[in-house]
Design a protein around this ligand. Structure first.
Ligand SMILES: [Zn+2]
Length: 398
Protein backbone atom coordinates (compact mmCIF):
# COMPACT_ATOMS: atom_id res chain seq x y z
CA UNK A 1 0.00 0.00 0.00
CA UNK A 2 2.86 2.29 0.96
CA UNK A 3 4.40 1.50 -2.42
CA UNK A 4 1.26 2.73 -4.23
CA UNK A 5 1.03 6.04 -2.38
CA UNK A 6 4.74 6.60 -2.89
CA UNK A 7 4.61 5.86 -6.65
CA UNK A 8 1.13 7.02 -7.71
CA UNK A 9 1.97 7.70 -11.37
CA UNK A 10 3.40 4.26 -12.28
CA UNK A 11 0.53 2.56 -10.47
CA UNK A 12 -2.09 4.73 -12.20
CA UNK A 13 -0.47 3.93 -15.54
CA UNK A 14 -0.49 0.20 -14.77
CA UNK A 15 -4.17 0.45 -13.85
CA UNK A 16 -4.93 2.20 -17.17
CA UNK A 17 -3.00 -0.45 -19.13
CA UNK A 18 -5.19 -3.13 -17.53
CA UNK A 19 -8.43 -1.12 -17.63
CA UNK A 20 -8.06 -0.38 -21.36
CA UNK A 21 -8.23 -4.13 -22.00
CA UNK A 22 -11.94 -3.93 -21.12
CA UNK A 23 -12.51 -1.88 -24.32
CA UNK A 24 -10.07 -3.62 -26.66
CA UNK A 25 -9.42 -2.47 -30.21
CA UNK A 26 -8.07 -5.04 -32.69
CA UNK A 27 -4.58 -4.42 -34.06
CA UNK A 28 -6.04 -4.16 -37.57
CA UNK A 29 -9.48 -3.68 -39.11
CA UNK A 30 -10.89 -3.97 -42.61
CA UNK A 31 -11.67 -0.34 -43.47
CA UNK A 32 -14.81 -1.41 -45.37
CA UNK A 33 -16.43 -3.68 -42.77
CA UNK A 34 -14.82 -2.30 -39.61
CA UNK A 35 -14.13 -5.89 -38.55
CA UNK A 36 -10.75 -7.55 -37.90
CA UNK A 37 -9.54 -9.28 -41.08
CA UNK A 38 -9.82 -13.05 -40.96
CA UNK A 39 -6.91 -13.75 -43.27
CA UNK A 40 -4.29 -11.16 -42.35
CA UNK A 41 -2.32 -10.50 -39.21
CA UNK A 42 -0.14 -7.77 -37.79
CA UNK A 43 3.15 -9.37 -36.75
CA UNK A 44 5.14 -7.53 -34.12
CA UNK A 45 8.87 -8.36 -33.96
CA UNK A 46 10.42 -9.38 -30.62
CA UNK A 47 12.18 -6.06 -30.00
CA UNK A 48 9.03 -4.12 -30.92
CA UNK A 49 7.20 -5.94 -28.11
CA UNK A 50 10.16 -5.86 -25.70
CA UNK A 51 10.21 -2.07 -26.08
CA UNK A 52 6.40 -1.85 -26.28
CA UNK A 53 5.97 1.39 -24.24
CA UNK A 54 8.26 3.18 -26.68
CA UNK A 55 7.07 1.32 -29.82
CA UNK A 56 3.38 1.92 -29.10
CA UNK A 57 3.91 5.55 -28.13
CA UNK A 58 5.84 6.32 -31.32
CA UNK A 59 3.19 4.53 -33.41
CA UNK A 60 0.41 6.50 -31.69
CA UNK A 61 2.28 9.75 -32.37
CA UNK A 62 2.66 8.76 -36.04
CA UNK A 63 -1.09 8.20 -36.49
CA UNK A 64 -2.21 11.70 -35.50
CA UNK A 65 -4.17 13.96 -37.79
CA UNK A 66 -2.58 17.38 -38.22
CA UNK A 67 -4.97 19.22 -35.91
CA UNK A 68 -4.76 16.55 -33.22
CA UNK A 69 -0.96 16.48 -33.46
CA UNK A 70 -0.70 20.20 -32.62
CA UNK A 71 -3.17 19.94 -29.76
CA UNK A 72 -1.49 16.86 -28.30
CA UNK A 73 1.99 18.36 -28.46
CA UNK A 74 0.81 21.71 -27.06
CA UNK A 75 -1.18 20.17 -24.21
CA UNK A 76 1.59 17.80 -23.11
CA UNK A 77 4.26 20.52 -23.32
CA UNK A 78 2.19 22.77 -21.06
CA UNK A 79 1.19 19.94 -18.70
CA UNK A 80 4.69 18.52 -18.23
CA UNK A 81 6.27 21.97 -17.90
CA UNK A 82 3.67 22.92 -15.27
CA UNK A 83 4.16 19.64 -13.43
CA UNK A 84 7.91 20.20 -13.36
CA UNK A 85 7.55 23.79 -12.19
CA UNK A 86 4.98 23.14 -9.47
CA UNK A 87 6.73 20.29 -7.67
CA UNK A 88 8.73 21.29 -4.58
CA UNK A 89 12.32 22.37 -5.04
CA UNK A 90 14.56 25.39 -5.43
CA UNK A 91 13.59 27.84 -8.24
CA UNK A 92 16.49 26.84 -10.55
CA UNK A 93 15.58 23.19 -10.10
CA UNK A 94 11.94 23.93 -10.94
CA UNK A 95 12.92 25.79 -14.09
CA UNK A 96 15.17 22.88 -15.10
CA UNK A 97 12.38 20.36 -14.53
CA UNK A 98 9.87 22.46 -16.49
CA UNK A 99 12.34 22.70 -19.38
CA UNK A 100 13.04 18.96 -19.31
CA UNK A 101 9.31 18.20 -19.33
CA UNK A 102 8.70 20.34 -22.42
CA UNK A 103 11.84 19.03 -24.14
CA UNK A 104 10.75 15.42 -23.60
CA UNK A 105 7.64 16.01 -25.74
CA UNK A 106 9.65 17.52 -28.60
CA UNK A 107 12.23 14.73 -28.36
CA UNK A 108 9.51 12.08 -28.65
CA UNK A 109 7.96 13.89 -31.63
CA UNK A 110 11.35 14.07 -33.37
CA UNK A 111 12.03 10.40 -32.58
CA UNK A 112 8.67 9.51 -34.17
CA UNK A 113 9.72 11.09 -37.44
CA UNK A 114 13.33 9.97 -37.82
CA UNK A 115 14.61 7.31 -35.37
CA UNK A 116 14.95 3.79 -36.83
CA UNK A 117 13.14 1.13 -34.81
CA UNK A 118 11.49 -2.29 -35.14
CA UNK A 119 8.11 -2.01 -36.91
CA UNK A 120 5.07 -4.26 -37.24
CA UNK A 121 4.49 -6.05 -40.54
CA UNK A 122 1.36 -7.31 -42.22
CA UNK A 123 1.22 -10.96 -43.13
CA UNK A 124 -1.56 -12.23 -45.38
CA UNK A 125 -2.65 -15.85 -45.17
CA UNK A 126 -3.68 -15.66 -48.84
CA UNK A 127 -0.50 -16.59 -50.70
CA UNK A 128 -2.00 -15.69 -54.09
CA UNK A 129 -2.57 -12.09 -52.96
CA UNK A 130 -0.14 -9.17 -53.07
CA UNK A 131 0.39 -6.72 -50.22
CA UNK A 132 0.64 -3.36 -51.97
CA UNK A 133 0.74 0.41 -51.43
CA UNK A 134 -0.88 2.64 -54.08
CA UNK A 135 0.54 6.02 -53.09
CA UNK A 136 4.02 6.93 -51.81
CA UNK A 137 6.68 9.58 -52.47
CA UNK A 138 10.45 9.95 -52.87
CA UNK A 139 12.76 12.96 -52.77
CA UNK A 140 11.52 13.74 -56.29
CA UNK A 141 8.45 15.29 -54.64
CA UNK A 142 8.82 18.93 -53.53
CA UNK A 143 7.74 17.91 -50.03
CA UNK A 144 9.58 14.57 -49.96
CA UNK A 145 12.37 14.00 -47.45
CA UNK A 146 15.71 15.06 -48.89
CA UNK A 147 17.72 12.07 -50.08
CA UNK A 148 14.71 9.70 -49.73
CA UNK A 149 15.57 7.45 -52.66
CA UNK A 150 13.47 4.75 -54.32
CA UNK A 151 15.71 2.21 -52.53
CA UNK A 152 14.89 3.82 -49.14
CA UNK A 153 11.20 3.78 -49.96
CA UNK A 154 11.33 0.13 -51.03
CA UNK A 155 13.17 -0.85 -47.83
CA UNK A 156 10.61 1.09 -45.74
CA UNK A 157 7.81 -0.89 -47.41
CA UNK A 158 9.59 -4.26 -47.23
CA UNK A 159 10.07 -3.93 -43.46
CA UNK A 160 6.29 -3.63 -43.07
CA UNK A 161 5.34 -6.60 -45.21
CA UNK A 162 4.63 -4.84 -48.51
CA UNK A 163 5.51 -6.75 -51.67
CA UNK A 164 5.02 -3.84 -54.09
CA UNK A 165 4.32 -0.12 -54.12
CA UNK A 166 3.40 2.45 -56.71
CA UNK A 167 5.63 5.52 -56.60
CA UNK A 168 3.47 8.62 -57.00
CA UNK A 169 5.58 11.74 -56.70
CA UNK A 170 3.90 15.14 -57.06
CA UNK A 171 3.68 15.90 -60.77
CA UNK A 172 6.85 13.87 -61.53
CA UNK A 173 6.16 10.52 -63.21
CA UNK A 174 8.04 7.46 -61.96
CA UNK A 175 10.27 5.73 -63.03
CA UNK A 176 13.06 8.28 -63.25
CA UNK A 177 15.34 8.33 -66.29
CA UNK A 178 18.23 6.73 -64.39
CA UNK A 179 17.38 3.22 -63.10
CA UNK A 180 17.07 3.10 -59.28
CA UNK A 181 19.32 0.05 -58.76
CA UNK A 182 18.62 -2.85 -56.37
CA UNK A 183 15.31 -2.57 -54.57
CA UNK A 184 13.84 -4.54 -51.65
CA UNK A 185 10.39 -4.74 -53.29
CA UNK A 186 8.90 -4.00 -56.73
CA UNK A 187 8.26 -0.31 -57.33
CA UNK A 188 5.56 0.39 -59.89
CA UNK A 189 5.15 3.42 -62.15
CA UNK A 190 2.75 6.23 -61.27
CA UNK A 191 2.36 9.90 -60.42
CA UNK A 192 0.20 12.17 -58.24
CA UNK A 193 -1.20 14.97 -60.40
CA UNK A 194 -2.27 18.18 -58.66
CA UNK A 195 -5.18 19.57 -60.62
CA UNK A 196 -8.18 21.76 -59.77
CA UNK A 197 -8.52 21.44 -55.94
CA UNK A 198 -7.84 17.71 -56.21
CA UNK A 199 -4.95 15.26 -56.20
CA UNK A 200 -5.34 12.42 -58.68
CA UNK A 201 -3.11 9.37 -58.30
CA UNK A 202 -2.34 7.82 -61.71
CA UNK A 203 -1.30 4.17 -61.65
CA UNK A 204 0.68 2.92 -64.64
CA UNK A 205 3.13 4.28 -67.18
CA UNK A 206 2.14 7.91 -67.61
CA UNK A 207 3.22 10.67 -69.94
CA UNK A 208 3.59 14.30 -68.90
CA UNK A 209 0.41 16.37 -69.19
CA UNK A 210 -0.29 20.06 -69.45
CA UNK A 211 -1.71 20.51 -65.95
CA UNK A 212 -3.09 23.97 -66.72
CA UNK A 213 -5.77 22.48 -68.93
CA UNK A 214 -7.06 20.39 -65.98
CA UNK A 215 -6.72 23.12 -63.36
CA UNK A 216 -9.34 25.67 -64.45
CA UNK A 217 -12.45 24.27 -62.77
CA UNK A 218 -14.13 21.01 -61.79
CA UNK A 219 -15.29 20.01 -65.34
CA UNK A 220 -11.74 20.59 -66.61
CA UNK A 221 -10.32 18.51 -63.76
CA UNK A 222 -12.72 15.66 -64.50
CA UNK A 223 -11.32 15.35 -68.05
CA UNK A 224 -8.06 14.09 -66.53
CA UNK A 225 -9.62 10.66 -65.90
CA UNK A 226 -10.22 10.17 -69.64
CA UNK A 227 -6.73 11.40 -70.47
CA UNK A 228 -5.20 8.89 -68.06
CA UNK A 229 -7.27 6.09 -69.61
CA UNK A 230 -5.96 7.06 -73.05
CA UNK A 231 -2.46 6.66 -71.60
CA UNK A 232 -3.38 3.21 -70.27
CA UNK A 233 -3.27 4.29 -66.60
CA UNK A 234 -5.84 4.09 -63.81
CA UNK A 235 -7.14 7.22 -62.07
CA UNK A 236 -7.62 7.12 -58.30
CA UNK A 237 -9.02 10.17 -56.51
CA UNK A 238 -6.96 10.86 -53.40
CA UNK A 239 -9.93 12.04 -51.38
CA UNK A 240 -8.96 12.06 -47.70
CA UNK A 241 -6.72 15.13 -47.87
CA UNK A 242 -9.06 17.40 -49.87
CA UNK A 243 -12.38 15.67 -49.32
CA UNK A 244 -14.21 18.92 -48.58
CA UNK A 245 -13.29 20.46 -51.94
CA UNK A 246 -15.38 18.14 -54.10
CA UNK A 247 -17.86 16.76 -51.62
CA UNK A 248 -20.83 17.37 -53.94
CA UNK A 249 -19.01 16.26 -57.10
CA UNK A 250 -18.36 12.60 -56.37
CA UNK A 251 -21.14 11.34 -58.66
CA UNK A 252 -19.55 13.45 -61.40
CA UNK A 253 -16.19 11.79 -60.66
CA UNK A 254 -17.86 8.43 -61.35
CA UNK A 255 -19.55 9.65 -64.54
CA UNK A 256 -16.22 11.05 -65.74
CA UNK A 257 -14.63 7.61 -65.33
CA UNK A 258 -12.67 7.63 -62.07
CA UNK A 259 -11.39 4.11 -61.36
CA UNK A 260 -11.41 4.32 -57.61
CA UNK A 261 -11.14 6.30 -54.39
CA UNK A 262 -8.69 6.41 -51.54
CA UNK A 263 -10.58 5.77 -48.32
CA UNK A 264 -7.60 5.78 -45.91
CA UNK A 265 -4.53 8.01 -46.21
CA UNK A 266 -1.85 8.08 -43.49
CA UNK A 267 -0.59 11.62 -44.17
CA UNK A 268 -1.43 13.92 -41.23
CA UNK A 269 -3.99 15.88 -43.28
CA UNK A 270 -5.50 12.72 -44.78
CA UNK A 271 -5.96 11.13 -41.33
CA UNK A 272 -8.63 13.73 -40.50
CA UNK A 273 -10.99 12.15 -43.10
CA UNK A 274 -14.24 11.72 -41.14
CA UNK A 275 -15.95 8.32 -40.93
CA UNK A 276 -19.20 9.75 -42.38
CA UNK A 277 -17.39 10.93 -45.52
CA UNK A 278 -15.69 7.52 -45.76
CA UNK A 279 -19.08 5.80 -45.56
CA UNK A 280 -20.47 7.97 -48.38
CA UNK A 281 -17.52 7.12 -50.59
CA UNK A 282 -17.80 3.41 -49.78
CA UNK A 283 -21.46 3.41 -50.71
CA UNK A 284 -20.74 5.13 -54.02
CA UNK A 285 -17.80 2.82 -54.83
CA UNK A 286 -19.77 -0.30 -53.95
CA UNK A 287 -22.71 0.85 -56.10
CA UNK A 288 -20.48 1.39 -59.14
CA UNK A 289 -18.04 -1.48 -58.46
CA UNK A 290 -15.05 0.83 -58.15
CA UNK A 291 -11.74 0.23 -56.41
CA UNK A 292 -11.25 1.51 -52.85
CA UNK A 293 -7.68 1.85 -51.69
CA UNK A 294 -5.48 2.71 -48.73
CA UNK A 295 -2.41 4.92 -49.09
CA UNK A 296 0.61 5.23 -46.83
CA UNK A 297 1.32 8.54 -48.65
CA UNK A 298 4.80 8.21 -47.16
CA UNK A 299 7.11 11.16 -47.82
CA UNK A 300 10.17 9.71 -46.06
CA UNK A 301 9.11 10.71 -42.54
CA UNK A 302 7.85 8.32 -39.88
CA UNK A 303 8.59 4.62 -39.68
CA UNK A 304 5.15 3.02 -39.83
CA UNK A 305 2.23 2.90 -42.23
CA UNK A 306 -1.34 3.03 -40.94
CA UNK A 307 -2.74 1.00 -43.86
CA UNK A 308 -2.04 -1.94 -46.17
CA UNK A 309 -3.82 -3.24 -49.28
CA UNK A 310 -4.20 -6.95 -49.97
CA UNK A 311 -5.09 -7.40 -53.61
CA UNK A 312 -5.34 -9.94 -56.39
CA UNK A 313 -3.48 -8.49 -59.37
CA UNK A 314 -5.91 -9.77 -62.02
CA UNK A 315 -9.11 -8.76 -60.22
CA UNK A 316 -10.99 -5.48 -60.64
CA UNK A 317 -13.61 -3.49 -58.80
CA UNK A 318 -14.84 -3.06 -55.26
CA UNK A 319 -14.10 -6.61 -54.09
CA UNK A 320 -10.63 -6.80 -55.65
CA UNK A 321 -8.78 -4.89 -52.97
CA UNK A 322 -8.91 -5.22 -49.20
CA UNK A 323 -7.88 -2.24 -47.11
CA UNK A 324 -6.53 -3.11 -43.65
CA UNK A 325 -5.89 -0.18 -41.32
CA UNK A 326 -4.76 0.50 -37.76
CA UNK A 327 -7.85 1.50 -35.71
CA UNK A 328 -6.01 4.39 -34.05
CA UNK A 329 -5.57 5.93 -37.51
CA UNK A 330 -9.20 5.35 -38.54
CA UNK A 331 -10.37 7.00 -35.31
CA UNK A 332 -8.61 10.31 -36.06
CA UNK A 333 -11.52 11.74 -38.04
CA UNK A 334 -14.01 10.64 -35.39
CA UNK A 335 -12.47 12.50 -32.44
CA UNK A 336 -12.31 16.29 -32.14
CA UNK A 337 -8.84 17.81 -32.08
CA UNK A 338 -9.17 19.42 -28.62
CA UNK A 339 -9.30 16.07 -26.83
CA UNK A 340 -6.25 14.56 -28.55
CA UNK A 341 -3.99 14.71 -25.48
CA UNK A 342 -6.35 12.31 -23.69
CA UNK A 343 -7.98 10.24 -26.45
CA UNK A 344 -4.78 9.40 -28.35
CA UNK A 345 -3.10 7.69 -25.36
CA UNK A 346 -6.39 5.98 -24.53
CA UNK A 347 -6.85 4.69 -28.11
CA UNK A 348 -3.25 3.47 -27.98
CA UNK A 349 -3.77 1.58 -24.70
CA UNK A 350 -6.98 0.03 -26.03
CA UNK A 351 -5.20 -1.34 -29.10
CA UNK A 352 -2.44 -3.14 -27.18
CA UNK A 353 -2.18 -6.91 -27.56
CA UNK A 354 -1.57 -8.95 -24.42
CA UNK A 355 2.13 -9.41 -25.15
CA UNK A 356 2.41 -5.62 -25.34
CA UNK A 357 0.39 -5.14 -22.14
CA UNK A 358 2.72 -7.53 -20.30
CA UNK A 359 5.70 -5.61 -21.66
CA UNK A 360 4.23 -2.32 -20.37
CA UNK A 361 3.54 -3.81 -16.92
CA UNK A 362 7.05 -5.29 -16.76
CA UNK A 363 8.63 -1.92 -17.52
CA UNK A 364 6.42 -0.17 -14.96
CA UNK A 365 7.33 -2.78 -12.33
CA UNK A 366 11.05 -2.43 -13.09
CA UNK A 367 10.87 1.35 -12.70
CA UNK A 368 8.96 1.12 -9.40
CA UNK A 369 11.40 -1.49 -8.05
CA UNK A 370 14.37 0.59 -9.11
CA UNK A 371 12.99 3.72 -7.50
CA UNK A 372 11.94 1.88 -4.32
CA UNK A 373 15.52 0.62 -3.91
CA UNK A 374 16.92 2.06 -0.63
CA UNK A 375 19.84 4.31 -1.48
CA UNK A 376 22.39 5.98 0.76
CA UNK A 377 22.55 9.74 0.71
CA UNK A 378 25.04 10.88 -1.92
CA UNK A 379 25.00 7.53 -3.71
CA UNK A 380 23.32 8.83 -6.84
CA UNK A 381 24.20 6.31 -9.50
CA UNK A 382 22.71 5.94 -12.98
CA UNK A 383 19.05 6.83 -13.26
CA UNK A 384 19.05 7.96 -9.63
CA UNK A 385 20.42 11.30 -10.75
CA UNK A 386 17.53 11.76 -13.19
CA UNK A 387 14.95 10.54 -10.67
CA UNK A 388 16.25 12.97 -8.07
CA UNK A 389 16.53 15.91 -10.40
CA UNK A 390 12.88 15.27 -11.26
CA UNK A 391 12.08 15.71 -7.59
CA UNK A 392 11.80 12.18 -6.28
CA UNK A 393 11.65 12.14 -2.52
CA UNK A 394 14.68 10.24 -1.20
CA UNK A 395 13.38 6.88 0.04
CA UNK A 396 13.13 6.41 3.80
CA UNK A 397 15.90 4.38 5.30
CA UNK A 398 15.94 1.84 8.12
ZN1 LIG B 1 0.77 12.10 -51.86
Amino acid sequence: MKLITRHPIPFALAALVLLAALWPLPPLVDAVTGQPPGDADLLRPFFYVALAPLSNTLDALTFLSLGRAWVLIGTWVVALAAWGALRPGSPPRRVLRAGLGAAAVFLLAAATVVVPRPVPRLESADSSATVIDYHAHTAASHDGRRGWSPADLAAWHAAQGFQASYVTDHNVPYPPLSPPGDLAIRLLPGVEWSVYRQHVVALGEVRPINRDSFSRDTPAMLRLFGELHRQGALAIASLPEYWENHREDLEAFVTAGVDGFEIVNCAPKGLAFPPAARRDVLELAAGHDLLVAGASDNHGWGKVTCVWNVTHPAAHGFQANHVFARPVALAQGAHPAWEAAITQPWLMLRSLGWSERISWLTWIALIVLYRAQPRRQGQAAGLGILARSLGTRPPDRG
